[in-house]
Design a protein around this ligand. Structure first.
Ligand code: ADP
Length: 497
């Protein structure tokens, strides 16, 4: 008997690990396999991955998933792909060999190239076309670096013998034997080369960075028939591709304009769906394409907090105040009084403050301040920083919101989530499955496969817990004023860096 195609396979290519996830036809999580891969730090500020190792690791987890579940490849309706964004690979079109390691989004080696772009007065242009700020974080300057610094790379590119791709593109090209050279709008919008309104590669930026257009992938809607890939002799159809944060927004079913998700991981990533209009920020938020579904393109505002869960790691590993991150909740619940503030500006401050000279500080210490107060203040700093970003976004988008959908490791902290609801004065909704990134890519692929619609996904969302604002407004606002005062005093601290 022929088995029906009832499953969605998601390939999640993260920054430190790859995962293969299986969902059934109802969108229920069946199983997941994960494998870490190596991080290379060849010089200060440089971060690289071996692109071949990423694919090998992925193949291993896909095989393990099939062995474990006894589901056959022929039962997979469609594949969804989600990936670490901006990370850049260039490869030889004939041999399929990478010209250099993947240069990871965190890599800062191209800061000087970005300074040149600023000197060429391209800041406004970059913002108005790509929605981004000029930064080494995005792919554009990384592509230029490989073309300029790797022997023979530029000559090869000029002969039309080179392909560029983010990790999604690399995967599809390799596993389609060079048939698919494509990406989706959400990934393209992180290259600093893509006009997010015209939906074309921007000639001005390509020429400023001396990047030949021939190396760039085709750009498609995120929900799209990308084509066939082959894994271990089996053939699969790719039906959805999106960058990790945009996939998480989709996985949280933030389909309406004004809906917001916040991921509490090492840092925080807040994304707000702004509908079919690209809103350009006055407060240093990034404007990005959330996804395209073939009919329309949906935009988002994005703001990030550099140090969130990382501050809890600092309590654990640096100060040794707690044994594990979840312990923070117990100690914080024992705190006796308010008024202590930890500003974890360990490496400067991101949106909306943008001060790379800020440094961390603790304020409001008195003789009776102890471990619980310090731990609670550190947890609260995640909520305050997220509120700072959200307040700016609300003004940029001119939207009022009712619900914040949360995920990421620290979203399991009830005390933090309650405080977040109190601070933002909105409902904080934690889904049962907080693996939003993998879910998002799977949801897109499932729409392509005709397994479900966006309305059905929204209706079937399972909530673990909703946190409602409880604190008196005056109290919450007084606490927030204290935070703003503390934060102000950390600004511009380092003078000679
Ligand atoms: P990432 O994907 O960035 O590695 P995760 O989503 O896995 O991050 O979340 C891990 C982060 O969340 C760590 O920085 C950790 O300190 C923090 N964290 C995990 N659990 C808790 C908790 N219960 N309370 C507070 N912080 C937590």
């Amino acid at each position: 008997m022929k088995k029906e195609k009832r499953y969605i396979l998601t390939l999640d290519l993260g920054t430190t690990s790859v995962r293969a996830v299986l969902l059934d036809e109802k969108g229920t999580w069946v199983n997941m396999k994960q494998k870490e891969f190596q991080q290379f730090f060849p010089q200060k500020g440089w971060v690289e991955h071996d692109p071949e190792e990423i694919l090998q690791a992925l193949e291993t987890v896909v095989n393990a998933l099939f062995v474990d579940t006894a589901i056959e490849a022929t039962q997979i309706a469609q594949v969804g792909i989600t990936n670490q964004r901006e990370t850049t690979v260039l490869w030889n079109k004939s041999t399929g060999d990478a010209l250099y390691n993947a240069i990871v989004w965190q890599d800062k080696r191209t800061a000087a190239i970005c300074e040149e772009l600023k000197r060429a007065d391209l800041e406004e242009h970059v913002k108005n076309t790509t929605g981004l700020v000029i930064d080494a974080y995005f792919s554009g300057s990384k592509i230029k670096w490989i073309l300029d610094e790797v022997a023979g790379a530029r000559a090869l590119a000029e002969k039309d013998e080179v392909c560029f791709g983010t990790i999604d593109t690399w995967l599809m090209w390799k596993w389609s034997a060079g048939k698919i050279h494509a990406t989706d709008y959400s990934n393209a919008s992180r290259t600093m080369l893509f006009d997010i309104q015209k939906l074309t590669w921007d000639e001005t930026l390509l020429s400023a960075l001396k990047i030949p257009k021939s190396i760039l992938p085709q750009v498609h809607p995120s929900i799209n028939a990308f084509g066939e890939i082959h894994i271990g002799g089996q053939t699969f159809q790719v039906g959805g591709v999106a960058g990790d944060q945009q996939a998480a927004l989709f996985g949280q079913c933030c389909f309406e304009a004004g809906s917001v998700k916040n991921t509490y991981g090492t840092g925080c990533f807040l994304l707000m769906n702004t509908g079919e209009v690209a809103q350009f920020s006055k407060f240093g938020m990034i404007t990005t394409i959330a996804w395209g579904d073939g009919e329309k393109v949906v935009y988002a505002l994005e703001g990030s907090v550099f140090i969130a869960g990382a501050a809890v790691q600092w309590l654990r590993d640096g100060l040794k105040l707690i044994d594990s991150a979840p312990d923070s909740e117990y100690y914080a619940s024992k705190a006796g009084r308010d008024g202590v503030y930890v500003v974890p500006a360990f490496s400067g401050l991101g949106a909306p403050h943008w001060d790379m000279y800020a440094r961390g500080a603790i304020f409001g210490l008195t003789r009776d301040t102890g471990k619980p107060e310090l731990i609670r203040a550190t947890l609260e700093s995640m909520a305050y920083q997220s509120r700072d970003v959200l307040e700016a976004m609300k003004e940029d988008a001119n939207l009022e919101l009712k619900v914040l959908r949360v995920d990421g490791g620290a979203a399991s902290n009830d005390l933090l989530m309650q405080f977040q609801a109190d601070q933002m004065n909105i409902q904080v909704e934690r889904p049962q499955n907080v693996e939003s990134t993998a879910l998002g890519a799977a949801y897109m692929a499932g729409i392509s496969a005709g397994l479900w619609t966006m309305d059905e996904l929204q209706q079937n969302r399972q909530i673990d817990r909703t946190f409602y604002p409880e604190m008196a407004r005056e109290n919450a606002e007084n606490l927030y004023s204290g935070w703003k005062k503390a934060l102000k005093r950390t600004l511009n601290w380092v003078e000679d860096e």
